[in-house]
Structures are given as C-alpha cells and as structure tokens.
Design a protein around this ligand. Sequence first.
Ligand SMILES: Cc1ncc(C[n+]2csc(CCOP(=O)(O)OP(=O)(O)O)c2C)c(N)n1
Length: 611
Amino acid sequence: MSILEKINTSNDVKKLSTEELVPLCEEIRAFLIDSVSRTGGHLASNLGTVELTVALHRVYDSARDRILFDVGHQSYTHKILTGRRESFSTLRQFGGISGFPKPYEAPDDPFVAGHASDSVSVALGMAHARTLSGEDYDICAVIGDGAMTGGLSFEGLSNAAQSGEPMVVILNDNNMSIAENVGGAAKILQSMRIKPAYLSFKRRYRKLFRHLPALYRFNHALKEWIKSHLLPDDIFSEMGFYHIGPINGHDVHTLENVIRWAREMHSPVLVHVLTKKGKGYPFAEKDPEHYHGVGPFDPAVGIPPEGESFSSRFGDALCRFASRDERIAAITAAMSGGTGLESFAAQYPERFFDIGIAEEHAVSMAGGMAKQGLLPVFAVYSSFLQRGFDMLIHDIALQGLHAVFAVDRAGLVGRDGETHQGSFDISFLSTVPGMTVFLPASFSELEGMLEKALYSCDGPAAIRYPRGGEGDYRDCRCESESVLREGRDVTIVSYGVMINEALKAADILEIKGISAEVVKIGQIRPNGFEVVSASLKKTKKLIVTEDVCAFGSVGAQIMTALSGKTEIKAFRLLNLGDGVVPHGSVEELRRFCAVDAAAVVEAARDMLGGE
Ligand SMILES: Cc1ncc(C[n+]2csc(CCOP(=O)(O)OP(=O)(O)O)c2C)c(N)n1
C-alpha cells in the first residue's frame, strides 16, 4: 500500500511520520500528473502547492478548521487528501467532482471558490462569526501572488490586519499569475523574494566582522537607524500583520513548523511562501502558463497546440483593426492567452495593457481611455466581467463612452462549472444604459460584428461569444435579426453558437412533418424584434433556446417587446433557469439544462402535437 492510499482524511496526514512526508509529496505529484493528463484540469498551480497543502493538513483539521483556497484551482491535493482520491478520475466530468472547492462535495471545502481575490474577505467574515458565536476553530486563507493583484484582496487584508482576529494568510508566491504576474504589488513581492539572499549575505557579513565587535555594533546601529527612519517597512507589517517569510514552499518540514507557529500566534499572521509553478513536471516548469489549465494530454509528449477558436479569431481581427487605427488599445485582466490577445501584445506592446486580476479597474480604465479619445477594447470572460458591473454603469454608460467589451466564454463554458459559466451577461449587459450587445454565431460574424462595435456605435458596445470554436453554421449575417430558414408551424429563435441547436431541431422537425422557421438574433439593445414578430404572425408559436439565465434572457426580452402587439398562442423559453449550472462537457450541459436540439424538438411537438 502506498502512503497516499492510507490517507482519507486530514487527520490521517497527521498520523504519518515526518520521514513519510517527502515520499508522500512525490506520490501526490505523480498521481496529479497521471490523473490530470486523463481528465484535463489545472495542472501547474497544483504541482506547485503539494508540500504547502500537506503541511496545511499536518497543522489544521480541514473538517473542523476552515482552509480557504483563493480561486480554488490549486485545491487538488487538498481534495486528494480529504477522501476524494478515488473519485479523482471523475474530476470536472459531468456528475463527478469539481475542479474547485465545493461545500456540497465535502465539509473540508468550506466555501465556493472560482473567482480570484476574495479569500481574505471570506476568512475575515468567518473569523468575525467565530468570535460572535464563541466557537473554536482555526481559519487559514491561501492566496496566490496573482490573486493578490486584485484590489479585493487588499480590501480584505487591510481590514483583517486591523481586526486583530486570529487568522493565517498564506501568500503562495510563484511569481506567476496565469501568465507572468504584473503590477506594483507583484514588484513588492519580487523585492521581498530577495530577502533570503539578503539573509545569507548578513550571515557572511557577521562572520567577517566576528573579530571586530565594536565596528560591527556601530555599523549595525547605523543600519538599524537608517532602516527605521528612512525606509518603509514591508507592506504587510505596516498594515498590521505579523509577517513571516519568505520561506521555501517546497520544504514540507519547515512549512509545517512555520504554519503551526503562525496558527499559535492567535493574531492576523501572513506567511510568505515561495513556490515553483509546475514543480516536478519539466514541461510545466518550463512553460507554466500553457500548463495552467489543460485538456487531456499524453504526459510523455505534453499538451498539443490549440486549434482555432472564437478567442483566437477575435485576437487576429483586433490586430487587423489596430494596424489601421492607432486609437485601438487592448486591455486584459490577466487573461492575455485565454482571450486571444497574445499576438496583439507582441505586435502593439505600447497599446496592450495587462492590468492583473482587476476587472473593475479595467472597466474604469477603459472609461478614462475612451474619454480621452482612445478606442479601448477590454477582452474579458463573461463571468469575470460580473466584477465590473458598477463600473460599466458608472464609468462608462453614464457618460455614453464608446468602449468595446469583448465578452469571451459567454454562455455555457463546460468543465469549470458554476463559477465560470457565462450565464448572466445577456441579463446584466442589457441593463446597462446605451449598451449595444452583439451576438455572433460564427467566426466571420465575430469579425463583422467587431467592426460594427468599433465603428457603428457611439456608446458602449459588447460583443459576446463562446468558448471554443464555431459549429456547422458558418455564414455571415450581421443584421439584428435574420430568417435562416422559412417555415409555417413554429418560430424557433436563437443566437450565437446555440443557433446550431435551433437549425438541428428544425431538420429533425421537418422529418416529423413540422415546418419550423428559424430566426437568428444578431444584436440586442436596440432591437424591436420585428422579424420575430413577422414570423409569429405566420406561426403564432414561439420557442427561444439560449444558454443564459432566464431573467433578462433574450426570450424574456422578446416576450416583453411583443406583448400586446403580436399574437402568441403558445411559447416555450428554453434557458438555464437561475443560471447556476454544474460542470460537464458543453453538450452534456445543454442536454441537462434542456436547451439542446432535442429539447427544442420536444417543445415543438408538445405545442403542435404529433408523435
Ligand atoms: C476574478 C477572476 N479573474 C480571473 C480569473 C482567472 N484566473 C484563474 S487563476 C488565475 C491566476 C491566479 O494566479 P495566482 O493567484 O498567482 O495562482 P497560481 O495559479 O499562480 O498558483 C487567473 C487570472 C479568476 N479566476 N477570477
């Protein structure tokens, strides 16, 4: 039996001898590489946090204490050690375990995670609850240097430091976000990382002056005076944390001792830990950015190159527009690779802005740029743009500023699950005053609509498109509404890549003797849905299928626009309901949420009768 096989709970980790810890970490690394290469998932971040997680479980009891992994993409070792080793082959599969912490999955996951920078705030909230209830448990937040570029983390730190609430914050510093980390906060951490070198210099310096104690004392006093009067202390101590580190994040024994010590200080303590992203798998150590999140791959060969996607086509198109228009500036919140902006960054470095994991700041910055005559394009995942909702209204819409939001990963994203599904963008973008929202269904529509967003809109414009590639529909119909297929019996409305489900359903219905008219929506806000209305005059029956939440959906908007004007005898709005959808492949989730072609067929037959 391997050491890993003996472990099913946090307490089993505590029963191991200290000699067993290093081999345990090796076993975990091998297990991670083997398992993630089969299922896909977040690899490099997890390889970097093996020793840290083992040490955490030596000190804390995760069933009783609260260990909060910021973002949560690095919580695989925690899952493996807390009873989920055997189900790890189901990671990110429909019905299997999630790639992020989920309280419904195990009591060891104390809070939902997926979006960055909130762990310190959540930890502080739990600490206040503990104080008020008089309960006894420990709290530890683990946050990466990338997540620490988000302003929210500093709001939490600033408050936690002054609260005096006992809690430990572990700063897992690997000098990387998904790509290289950026910004002033990253620079501060870089200077702190130099500290081990400084300490070894100090040791050698002391040895040198061993025989000249008077001179050493004078130099030391002078240095201390300069330090205390002229140099700022480190930012965490200044805030009010006991600041320990930096320490080697791959030395499991030191980590255990230091974390135990930090826990026993019963104060706000920050432990700065240095780790290597991708540790132990040469491909990932060499290129941690591309091994951050991976699909299934052969561990002997590494990950294959990615194919064309809406993201890559967006990036290429933006480069073409930027070559003719110097006003165009591209912004990303730490997602240059995911949003397809890598070639823009290489070609136009002076007009490319990676601002860290700070979506709110990105939207406000786009406002400032637009006001001063630039044409900013913020490429951002749909679920992360939720962070910038107030800024969309306050810093963009109230002044009618012309900024473009390239909303990637719109609709169902698949295996990342609840926290990452782009379920809400249609709803929240539709409430932003003056916002035009484009809904491309193919690569060529993406390019045509991006041109419209850049050059046919005065105010804010968003263009939303999904993860991955296009389906069978490859035409370019950039108008607000278009009839893709004529029919008599029922009107099926859809948009984006979901139009493929509508067209598939129409094919199936035809075989069954039902004639469906398919209307594609290319743009909302403004859209009077005149084409849908004209179609309904014929069919009087409406089905709308879309992969967004019900409230504020395009279907709901059509019903509002046409009510009292167009006779609708029957209708079905197929959508994601409250928008909370688990992980699985996109196809599985479409089926699960009943928005796929089969669901459309069923709805039509329900309305019209027939077998
Ligand atoms: C609000 C938000 N924006 C973007 C992301 C996408 N994202 C996931 S992990 C990550 C990098 C995090 O870096 P770090 O905290 O240093 O952890 P590491 O992966 O380096 O261990 C990013 C940008 C996110 N999860 N949440």
